[in-house]
Design a protein around this ligand. Structure first.
Ligand SMILES: Nc1nc2c(ncn2[C@@H]2O[C@H](COP(=O)(O)OP(=O)(O)OP(=O)(O)O)[C@@H](O)[C@H]2O)c(=O)[nH]1
Ligand SMILES: [Mg+2]
Length: 293
């Protein structure tokens, strides 16, 4: 039996549904999802294994014009996703007009590898709008195959997956067949906590936060975790903690519930907040948090 395998890298503007699609393919919540832009900060692999195939998906940060070092590094992940793709997925959403970065856009339209343009969130549109949008994108990216999808509702997701399998080269697997991702457990803990911060805090706060899991002890019945929530300034620390600690408590309770579902085990989660001055612009700190690429 011939075995197929390859890298399928998902790129697009912020908030279009890239992470939702990857999770739908993998069937696990590997990437966090929120309605805020820049939810994803890393390149996260999601691996789908079958007897005769291995699809190595990459979820990437939404494309933006970087304003500080962290965002530069995020765009470095996007750049890397162009370099090793066997199939490129360019995701756009209904109503969207263009990719904000011309250099990246040109890379897509001049791509030598197959491009699948996924027009997402069609559950929010009608037939007429859909047809117009398909036409617009067919003109803008003539080298792409277009699939209207709803990553959220699973519409056309299976069809896209079958097309990916068609396009993959013959190759042995790149990763062990029981592996789902390239990221360690601690990464998912950090991300789960960061998702709650994105959900519950406004404006600049979530963007100034980084999480680090300092302790992870797995016992027979329970996993004990201690994580630090880092902010850039003293004023942000007070906001994260909230009145009598109520805001931080909510983050902890909600993250613990998700982590119990993720690990299938009881979790004890301790969180505290620390100022790590201007970490977003500090190369050493960024390297420590895995943003070097
Ligand atoms: N109606 C609808 N909403 C969707 C669909 N797919 C994703 N969403 C929503 O769009 C928002 C963004 O989804 P994400 O998957 O986090 O988007 P992303 O492209 O990964 O965003 P960044 O990581 O910030 O670049 C969330 O609120 C999702 O629930 C869809 O097919 N239909
Ligand atoms: Mg994302």
């Amino acid at each position: 039996m011939n075995h197929k395998a390859g890298f399928v890298n998902i790129i697009g503007n912020p908030n279009v549904g890239k992470s939702t699609l990857m999770n739908a393919f993998v069937g696990e919540k590997l990437s966090i999802i929120t309605s805020k832009a820049q939810t994803t900060r890393h390149r996260i692999l999601g691996i789908v294994n079958g007897d005769d195939f291995q699809v190595v998906l990459s979820d990437t940060p939404g494309i933006i014009k970087p304003a500080y070092e962290l965002q530069e590094s995020m765009m470095g992940f996007v750049k890397s996703a162009f370099e090793d793709a066997d199939v490129l997925i360019y995701m756009v959403e209904i109503g969207e007009q263009e990719l904000k970065d011309e250099t990246f856009f040109n890379k897509i339209t001049s791509s030598q590898i197959p491009v699948l343009l996924l027009l997402n969130k069609i559950d929010k549109s009608n037939q007429e709008q859909l047809e117009t949008q398909v036409q617009v994108w067919a003109e803008k990216v003539p080298n792409a195959e277009i699939f209207p999808i709803s990553a959220l509702e699973g519409f056309n997701v299976k069809e896209v997956f079958n097309r990916i399998i068609d396009l993959l080269p013959e190759s042995p697997a790149f990763y062990p067949k029981d592996q789902l991702t390239d990221k360690p457990e601690r990464f998912f803990i950090n991300e789960t906590i960061r998702e709650k911060i994105l959900l519950h805090y406004k404006k600049e706060i979530p963007y100034a936060v980084e999480i680090e899991t300092e302790e992870f002890f797995e016992e027979e019945e329970i996993i004990r975790i201690r994580a630090v929530i880092m902010v850039e300034r003293e004023t942000q620390k007070g906001i994260i903690i909230g009145h009598k600690g109520s805001a931080l408590k909510r983050v902890g309770v909600e993250a613990r519930k998700d982590l119990e579902a993720f690990f299938g085990k009881q979790i004890h989660l301790e969180t505290y907040v620390k100022v790590n001055k201007n970490w977003r612009s500090n190369q050493n700190q960024l390297k420590r948090f895995g943003y070097n690429n």
